[in-house]
Design a protein around this ligand. Sequence first.
Ligand code: URA
Length: 274
Amino acid sequence: MENPLEAWRDTLLELGVMGLVREPSPVVQEPSLRAPSVVPPPRHAEDRPAPRLAASLPPAYVPPSDAIGCPRPASVAAATDLAGLQQAIQGCLACPLGPGRMKFVFGEGDPGARLMFVGEGPGRDEDLQGRPFVGKAGELLDKMVGAIGLKREETYIANIVKCRPPDNRAPTPEEARACLGYLHRQIELVCPAVIVTLGATPLRELVGVGEGITRVRGQWKRVKVGGREIPVMPTFHPAYVLRQYTQDIRRAVWEDLKAAKEWADRPVPPETRP
Ligand code: URA
């Protein structure tokens, strides 16, 4: 029997159609399966197409150069109280989080607190209200603080970054670095006896400990800020506790906070008072 394709070709030839044009295939092949390109490379640089990689990357963020959008370390160091520090940095646009924020979340609490919490960064509720830990995780933090016999306002609460990372992602190391000088000055001014880090991000970015939080929670660390060594108690982030609401996890956090409070309650030797 005659091959139907050959018959069709013969008919086209008889009709005087001298070539067949292949329809472009709608199927996009994987790059590795594509036939090697037979297009010779251009001989002159000006013939070469512009590199496509650069075109597909988002443009790098360029921070403003003025002292309001990009506060100078000298003005941060010159702040002698928390209100002055907030004034100096609240217009910050030094990293890409700045332009996306609703509100700058400086931190709040007793300016002379013995116990300071450091979280990761503002979420949606914090971004709207300009206050740290006011959403669901904040409600749990308040309860956890109450469980060790303190009120939230007797502590000081801050974050690694002061502007909300989009989609509640963790801040990048670059974003954390851009904000770290502000947090250091804040810690110097509060001068807490103990810092409790909430979750892996503050432990990594403030204390330099990159181990998993499950391994290191409850183990004392220390951080040097402004020439002073401060004991650090790493514990779970309240958002994690909400997700893993088991008695073991809640008990672990309670033990960590209790240890931190016991340290904070120790009498201050006169020579270490600021
Ligand atoms: N999570 C944080 O790490 N910080 C906040 O302020 C709120 C939620």
